[in-house]
Each structure stands twice: as C-alpha cells, then as structure tokens.
Design a protein around this ligand. Structure first.
Ligand SMILES: Nc1nc2c(ncn2[C@@H]2O[C@H](COP(=O)(O)OP(=O)(O)OP(=O)(O)O)[C@@H](O)[C@H]2O)c(=O)[nH]1
Ligand SMILES: [Mg+2]
Ligand SMILES: [Zn+2]
Length: 314
C-alpha cells in the first residue's frame, strides 16, 4: 500500500484539498499540512497541479502531502500591471502550448510572443503553438498562417493548425502528445477543453459556447487541472487568460528572448542598443528589409515599453 503513496501526481487543487492520482489509478483527496502554506515562497500556491508528491495516511482516515518532489519546470503566470507575485499554473510540463484560434476569437501574434518570452525567462518546458478552429479558416487565413509559422518553426517551436472537429487533427495532436505532459494555455473560448475532450472519448469536461457578440468566451474552465489521457500522456487544461505579464525581464535582457534578432543585434552600432531609436541599429534595418518579421518587432517594442514603465515605477 505505502509504495502506492510515493511519488504520486497532483491532478487538481481546490485550495485546501488536492486531488491526487495513485499508481493503481484511483484518485483520492489529500490535504497539505499548515507549514507548507507558511513557507514564505514567492509563489501563491505551495503545491501545484502536476507536482509529484508523497502522501502519508492521517489518523482520521484521510491523507496528507508530506513531500513535494523537485520540479523540473513549471508554467508560471506573473501578475500583470505591476502587481507582485507569481502563480504556478502547473508543474513538470514537457511541452507548454499556447492555444489560440483562427477566428472566434481571432488569434493575436503578440500573445504568442508574450507567452514565448515567459517560457524563455522561466526556462520552462519546450514551447509549442496551437492554432485551433482551422475549419473556420478561409484561404487568406491559411496563407497568413503559412507566412508567419516558419518564423517560429525556425526557432524550434512547432506550430500545429488544428480543428477539434477533424479526426486527422486529433490524430496529429495525439501523436504530438504521446506520453508527455502537455499544457494548454490561451484565451477563453479558443477550444482548449474541446481539444482535450476530443483526445479521449472518456473525457467529458465542460465546454462553453462562444458568445457571438464578443467572441471572447465565457471562461468555462475555472481552474487548472491535469487530465490523464488514454495513451499515457497528460493534458493540463487551464482557464482562459487575457494576457501574460512579463514583470521579471530586465529591459536589457529582452532582446535575448527574441533569438531571431540575434544575428542582427550583434552588429548594432551601440552595444546597449534598445533597437528603438538609436542610429546604426541593425535590428531596425532587418525589420525594414523583411529579415525580421514585423509582428515580432512590434511585440518586442510593446514588451520593452511595459518593462521600461515598470523599471520607472520601482
Ligand atoms: N468551429 C470550431 N469551434 C470549436 C472548435 N473547438 C472548439 N470550438 C467551440 O469553441 C467554443 C469554446 O470551446 P471551449 O473548449 O470551451 O474553449 P476553452 O478554450 O476551453 O475556453 P475556457 O475554458 O473559457 O478557457 C465551444 O463552443 C466549442 O464548441 C473548432 O475546432 N472549430
Ligand atoms: Mg476550457
Ligand atoms: Zn539595435
């Protein structure tokens, strides 16, 4: 019995109770002792979805988490608008996907770039990009995706264009996930839960209608959870997000999270060039010549402004 309680995985966290998957496939509720809450870490949650933990039985017949195994990585959300603190969305993730949709709601490349910046900063999991609702795409939409997708693929970031309604897509996604732990993060209404349900007919998690007037979704998923799927992999389904804060990047580090700028920024006239307005800036030249994709530069500038604002404030 006791080995069944070692190195088991947290599926859900409801605040005071954690749902934990045992090796024999049963799911039990466990608590954490008070000392975990007071450990003084920056994180707002001591035990995260995806954590590997050891349990011990308590006298009253319940279980308690007594050890958290070291995390290999975590998907972290930093509070936006200058608020302090960060929340671990999920731990021990092999592939962190930013999920958006072709339409309803329409994807934003800026959100992809912010997500990627966050993954570089936290040395997280391997990132990947999913664009869902391919069934809603017309020829122009597909052409545009084909234009920008290689930029990310050249950085080693896979781009999957999928539809929850297509069997071919679901098989592609299954193959991509394999036995890995894959997280889905992205705006509300893009189909994260629908994709997950389509992977495994046993899963029937709640999905929402996208309201026609706003196309913004209704935040049907309200907490992150790790879901075991039939082929041995795990999906982390998370509630829709509006934006990613980038609080912990310094302004002079920002160009490091844009590896596509590297071959150009090394030749800028000034070693501390911000690529905003300095003369002799090779990054801006590259943007003009099309060697750096316009939207990547736009994302860079928008993040730089945010970081500079923050640095002024503290
Ligand atoms: N046309 C089309 N609609 C889809 C597709 N995938 C999901 N939808 C629809 O999009 C709506 C939102 O889907 P959800 O799976 O609830 O979206 P979500 O990303 O989980 O949203 P939150 O839980 O709020 O973050 C539902 O009405 C789905 O039926 C798709 O591939 N094509
Ligand atoms: Mg959902
Ligand atoms: Zn420059």
């Amino acid at each position: 019995m006791s080995s069944n309680l070692q190195k088991v995985r947290v599926l859900e966290s409801t605040g005071s109770w954690y749902k934990v998957l045992l090796h024999d496939g049963t799911v039990i509720n466990a608590r954490i002792p008070g000392k975990f809450r007071l450990s003084g870490k920056e994180e707002t949650n001591p035990v995260a979805v995806g954590d590997w933990v050891d349990l011990s039985p308590v006298d009253d017949g319940t279980y308690q988490i007594n050890t958290i195994h070291n995390r290999t990585n975590a998907v972290v959300r930093t509070a936006t608008h200058g608020k302090k603190g960060k929340q671990i969305i999920c731990a021990n993730v092999d592939v962190a996907c930013i999920v958006q949709s072709v339409k309803k709601p329409e994807y934003k490349l800026g959100l992809i770039d912010r997500f990627l910046a966050a993954t570089y900063v936290y040395e997280e999991s391997q990132p990947a990009i999913i664009i869902n609702k391919a069934d809603l795409a017309d020829e122009n939409d597909l052409e545009l995706i084909q234009e920008w997708a290689p930029i990310y693929e050249n950085l080693g970031i896979p781009v999957l264009v999928l539809s929850s309604e297509s069997e071919k897509s679901i098989n592609e996604l299954k193959k991509f996930i394999g036995s890995k732990t894959v997280s889905f993060t992205g705006p509300s209404g893009v189909g994260k839960t629908t994709l997950m349900n389509a992977l495994d007919s046993n899963l029937e998690h709640k999905t929402g209608e996208v309201s026609d007037w706003s196309n913004k979704g209704k935040h049907t998923t309200t907490f992150a959870r790790l879901v075991p799927i039939s082929n041995g992999g795990f999906i982390v389904d998370t509630p829709g997000i509006r934006e990613f804060g980038i609080a912990e990047i310094d302004a002079n580090e920002l160009d490091l999270v844009f590896p596509d700028f590297n071959p150009h920024r090394e030749n800028c006239k000034f070693y501390n060039c911000t690529h905003k307005h300095e003369p002799g800036c090779k990054v801006r030249d590259a943007v003009e010549q099309g060697a750096i994709y316009q939207s990547r530069y736009k994302s860079y500038l928008s993040m730089l402004n945010e970081v500079e604002e923050k640095e002024k404030r503290y």
